[in-house]
Design a protein around this ligand. Structure first.
Ligand code: ADP
Ligand code: MG
Length: 322
């Protein structure tokens, strides 16, 4: 197996909301997640909106402080590292869902792409130009020179996301969080962008956390799947194995879920599981999924099932498999 780049150990990230003068509500967005991200591999984090995917991604990048747990990057515990994080910011990058919001509308593509290089101390114009042209080529913006003087609004959604990817790659990261990178992009360009991620991951030996609510996209674009439910990983394994042989009733439901046929809702997945995901402020006792689970039985509302190894590399948190 290849080198572990990012290791998360029992991460909990809670948000504390002040309610009135004396009351504080605790939102348990991520509630005990352990995962490893290896060089040259993509791990998909899959789950419904609100289950804690973005919080997990942002915690791994030290954009939010975890309440407890450890973040180990290249073997180094950086959880409470308070010094200059510049070296880490260079090596660990994020791609957001909305490429339009992520780009300054008043800056040309050249300026957008030269900025990170300048921040990290590059002064020579020829070097900057060469790096930008190479990055644009890498994200298949042909010919690169033609895009330098353009502004974000002159590009399509897919092209804008390519610019975001180019910007992330310029500093030579080894770990990338892609947070729903294609959900705001035209359906026709989604596969292209995901293929691009796949190729870059291979050619640069990147470790990628690919966040998505759409399990269908994991098939060709990820090596591992972690299914997240209410702040926890409830199933984990190699993508092909999990898709072919899903164990958890929630994973099965996600695989059966189909896109909503209403064009108004084309980015939504029609729920096949009745009921709402639990409120992260007050998760139910026992298994967090039991209230919606068609297979629930005696222990499910009392004890929380641990994530257990069922087969080689395939883990599930469900009492049906203990
Ligand atoms: P996802 O990316 O899976 O949709 P998020 O990580 O964005 O999930 O959110 C997980 C939970 O944490 C949700 O209940 C959300 O409302 C809550 N949450 C997210 N960000 C904040 C915040 N800044 N303050 C309080 N609660 C938050
Ligand atoms: Mg999110």
């Amino acid at each position: 197996m290849s080198k572990v780049i990012m290791k998360l150990e029992d991460i909990r990230t809670y948000y504390y909301l002040r309610k009135g003068l004396f009351k504080t509500l605790v939102v348990k967005a991520v509630d005990g997640v352990s995962l490893e991200f290896r060089a040259g591999e993509t791990t998909a984090i899959v789950g419904e909106s609100g289950c804690g995917k973005s919080t997990l991604g942002r915690t791994s990048l030290k954009l939010i402080e975890p309440t407890s747990g450890k973040i180990i990057f290249e073997g180094k515990d950086i959880t409470h590292y308070k010094g200059d994080l510049k070296w880490f910011r260079k090596k660990a990058q994020i791609i957001f869902q909305d490429p339009f919001q992520a780009l300054n509308p008043y800056h040309s593509i050249y300026r957008i792409l030269s900025e990170p290089l300048e921040i990290f101390g590059e002064r020579k114009r020829e070097v900057i130009e060469e790096k930008i042209v190479n990055a644009l080529e890498e994200v298949k913006m042909h010919p690169p020179e033609e895009f330098l003087t353009k502004y974000p609004h002159m590009l399509s959604g897919g092209q804008r996301q390519r610019i975001c990817i180019a910007r992330a790659l310029l500093l030579g990261p080894i770990y990338l969080v892609a947070d729903e990178p294609v959900s705001m992009i035209d359906a026709s360009s989604r596969a292209e962008i995901l293929t691009l991620f796949r190729n870059i991951q291979k050619s640069r030996d990147l470790a990628i956390m690919y966040i998505t609510h759409d399990i269908a996209t994991t098939k060709y674009f990820s090596d591992w799947i972690a299914i997240m439910y209410a702040g926890k990983i409830i199933e984990y394994g190699p993508t092909r194995e999990v898709l072919r042989n899903p164990l958890h009733p929630y994973t099965k439901a996600l695989i059966e879920a189909v896109p909503d046929p209403d064009p108004e809702n084309r980015f939504k997945i029609r729920p096949v599981i009745p009921g709402e995901p639990p409120n992260p402020i007050n998760p139910p006792p026992g298994c967090r999924f039991h209230v919606r689970c068609p297979k629930r039985f005696d222990p499910c509302d009392k004890k929380e099932p641990p994530l257990k190894k069922v087969k080689k590399d395939h883990y599930v948190a469900c009492f049906l498999f203990t």
